[in-house]
Design a protein. Structure first.
Ligand SMILES: *Cc1c(COP(=O)(O)O)cnc(C)c1O
Length: 477
């Protein structure tokens, strides 16, 4: 009998690689094997510790206050700042929205003002907490429009959001103007620096031109920054900072309304593994300020070289001059971006398709890591080949009957049988070779993505939820 760990390694070999700098979304790779080992060992050492009660596990409390302190130092925070380590960017965003809502119990139907490019985590928060999102279109450079955002603020607004940078386009919103407009009206302003928060301060230090966005900006009341992105920590940590303890207070939850221990939580989780916090603490300690500066130099060199290479390719263009380590690429009419993604995958590179949105065409997303730097030439060669292959392949066509169906129908009117039929037609289930009741994921996603891209937002959401439902049926004996 093969042991479980051997089996795990076999299973894992089918996943996207988390090292090697060729996976340009989902994972962030320092390229330093020692750092990965230290993070992994720290996670393992604390896998059984419980962050539920900081008095029972004082080492976790100490690590948390130190990690929050390091984040505060990096982000120009005043002495008054406080913070919490959460499980990820989404939890940081959820808590920022929840705290803003609960700071205003008198506001009956609370709202938050978001640039249209804000991360979907805010829509999740809206859904969970009943805070209405007021979406404000961004400018032609995909940066938020501060005047339009100011105009959208009203008596019901409990939170205003800016990104540093936005995930989809990698640009930093004009935080100074947005935060000033919020402060003038006494509204909280959250800067979502989940992806850029640990790398942008070093970009500034390296002399790159980054608009102000930290606590140095007056009116910024909270900032989220993920450690499991550009702090290169193992998955499962983010930091949510509030400018003052008063601003954080509504985030905390206590309950004595039951006969067990008095529940006292700073996050959405209660029992939580000490592993991710220990992993992040160990990686932060090991890299230190100098380590992060070196990694920032590497990642920005990679970004600049990728950008220069893309500028040489007539079929591709960078959507908006990136402020950070993310690139969004568009194609001209000669090739389909989803096919380019497939062709990259066939060459061992994962780049992420982004659907068309609000009149802008579909794009290709790259989250560049420090580990990509030694492979930039290979990346550009693969991209050139992928583009040539996509040009040769021609446009992706969607069956007109399917297109009409998904374009015209209200997903709320569809039955489970309708979804079965649609998922089959879309190529998302029942592909050749799949056993009874088993899903076979298509190797090439261009056709599926083209179909999803035609669907309305509501239909795309419903289709993918139906897909996930079928994907996650239990494996029984
Ligand atoms: C990644 C990201 C989030 C959500 O973070 P998760 O860690 O995936 O939960 C929120 N905002 C931005 C800008 C991000 O890039």
């Amino acid at each position: 009998m093969t042991d479980a760990l051997t089996q795990l390694r076999e299973l894992q070999s089918a996943d996207l690689p988390v090292h090697g700098g060729r996976t340009l979304a989902y994972v962030y790779d320092s390229g330093l094997p020692d750092i990965d080992r230290i993070g992994r060992e720290a996670v393992a050492a604390y896998a059984g510790s419980n962050g539920l009660d900081p008095t029972a596990f004082p080492s976790l409390l100490r690590m948390e206050t130190e990690v929050v302190g390091t984040a505060a130092d990096l982000l120009g925070a005043p002495e008054s700042v406080v913070g919490t380590v959460t499980s990820g960017g989404t939890e940081s965003v959820l808590l920022a929205v929840q705290a803003a809502r609960d700071a205003h119990p008198g506001v009956e139907r609370p709202r938050m003002v978001l640039p249209s490019t804000a991360h979907a985590a805010f829509h999740k928060a809206a859904h969970y907490f009943g805070v209405e999102p007021v979406l404000v279109p961004v400018g032609p450079d995909f940066r938020a429009d501060p005047a339009a955002m100011a105009a959208a603020m009203d008596d019901r607004t409990v939170l205003v959001v800016a990104s540093a940078p936005s995930y989809a386009h990698g640009v930093v919103d004009p935080v100074t103007a947005i935060a000033a407009a919020a402060a003038e009206r006494g509204i909280r302003c959250h800067v979502d620096a989940c992806i850029g928060g640990w790398v942008l301060p070093y970009a500034t230090r390296l002399g790159r031109d980054v608009p102000a966005w930290t606590f140095a900006v007056e009116g910024v009341t909270s900032i989220s920054v993920d450690l499991h992105k550009y702090a290169y920590a193992p998955k499962g940590t983010s930091v949510l900072l509030h400018r003052t303890p008063d601003l954080r207070r509504p985030q905390f939850f206590a309950s004595a309304a039951w006969p067990g221990y008095t529940m006292l939580n700073s996050t959405m989780q209660s029992t939580k593994s000490g592993g991710p916090l220990a992993g992040a603490w160990a990686v932060l300690r090991s890299l230190g300020d100098e380590g992060y500066e070196r990694l920032a130099r590497d990642v920005f060199e990679a970004v600049d070289r990728i950008r220069a290479g893309v500028d040489e390719m007539p079929e591709l263009a960078v959507v908006s001059t990136p402020d950070s380590t993310l690139l969004a690429l568009t194609t001209d009419g000669s090739c389909d971006p989803f096919t380019v993604c497939d062709e990259m995958a066939a060459r061992g590179w994962y780049v992420q398709p982004q659907m068309s949105f609000a009149g802008s065409p579909a794009t290709i997303h790259l989250s560049v890591s420090a580990a990509t730097l030694p492979h930039v030439a290979e990346l550009l060669a693969a991209l050139a080949e992928a583009v040539a292959a996509a040009v040769a392949a021609g446009p992706v066509t969607v069956d007109p009957a399917v297109a009409t169906f998904i374009g015209d129908l209200d997903p709320n009117s569809l039955s489970e049988e309708d979804f079965d039929g649609l998922l089959l037609a879309a190529g998302l289930v029942g592909a050749a070779g799949s056993e009874k009741g088993e899903l076979a994921l298509p190797q090439r996603m261009a056709e599926v993505n083209a179909m999803l891209d035609l669907a309305s937002a509501a239909m795309r959401e419903a289709l993918l939820v139906a897909f996930l439902d079928r994907l996650t049926r239990p494996t029984r004996r």
